[in-house]
Ligand binder design. Sequence first.
Ligand SMILES: NC(=O)c1ccc[n+]([C@@H]2O[C@H](COP(=O)([O-])OP(=O)(O)OC[C@H]3O[C@@H](n4cnc5c(N)ncnc54)[C@H](O)[C@@H]3O)[C@@H](O)[C@H]2O)c1
Length: 337
Amino acid sequence: MKVLVTGGLGFIGSHTVVELQNEGFEVVIIDNLSNSSEDVLKGITNITGKTPLFEKLDLREKASVQDFFKKHSDVTGVIHFAASKAVGESVENPLLYYENNISTLVYLLQELQQKPEASFIFSSSCTVYGQAEKMPITEDAPVQAAMSPYGNTKQIGEEIITDTTKVTNINAILLRYFNPVGAHSSNQIGELPLGVPQNLVPFITQTGVGLRKELSVFGDDYPTPDGTAVRDYIHVVDLAKAHVIALQRLFNKKNLQKVETFNLGTGTGSSVLEVINSFEKVSDKKLPYIIKPRREGDITEAYANTDKANNVLGWKAELSLDEAMASAWKWEQKVRS
Ligand SMILES: NC(=O)c1ccc[n+]([C@@H]2O[C@H](COP(=O)([O-])OP(=O)(O)OC[C@H]3O[C@@H](n4cnc5c(N)ncnc54)[C@H](O)[C@@H]3O)[C@@H](O)[C@H]2O)c1
């Protein structure tokens, strides 16, 4: 089975391509290299012994998307990672985000709706829940007004897919990721953030190698056990495996509805200080950090109820925070060496 992975050279996409190839799928990647490099193909090849097909194209170009589906007419399954993902940048430049995250989705669905049947997996996010009232967060927790254009693109994306599946032969699974971290155990692929990292773990590892002077911990007065904000950090390899399972579910027609939604997290919340402690343990290094005031827009805590993913999807996160931090640290050292 040939599967299209958009954004397949990015962080989560590349790990998913590895798992798909390990399961025998033929993969074709679309990526415009706006946040990745073609070298990632080598990493994927080194791990799996197979080089995926790669089409360098920009999904914002509708004609290129149409040409792609003419050329690869046997593609009926798509995992759609390609998107812009920096929350701050989305506030500065909302139209970039609405164009890159919404028009690309529409063009893909327009092609897929022409097929007798099609399967679509969408990268959504726990940001759709905002600050949920109850922890851990279940999939039926209300979606709250988005706090950024980026977050809004995930909510709108979910709605576009839901509306489209009602009137087409497309079946879809919306995967709401919590906080993906870590790198492949082979140390061949990992996260490669451009510029100053937006996320905690790459900031920690970059501080560990001396690229950043110190980590800022935003807020130590949250109503959490140690006062710092709590998130659910999920190893990217566990996350990648969930995509393969989700795709197989659609291919094997095991889905119970035309659109299903699953949380992908570990079910355990970790505070910023716990993540720092984990890094210090696995790296045997002291991490310089300072406490700063809370950052506007940050929520107190978010961690997943994973019952639906465990029982319905048949997937469970297996790797620990320490394993994720150790792999992220090993990767950072390799990238900087
Ligand atoms: N990493 C996270 O913390 C996180 C959390 C929740 C959801 N997500 C979502 O998961 C998906 C993947 O995230 P990631 O962390 O792997 O990001 P990433 O930036 O590493 O990967 C995205 C890839 O898509 C490509 N791309 C972007 N726009 C494109 C376009 N118009 N045409 C072709 N290629 C394009 C980029 O070059 C990049 O390789 C995104 O949709 C993101 O919003 C990520």
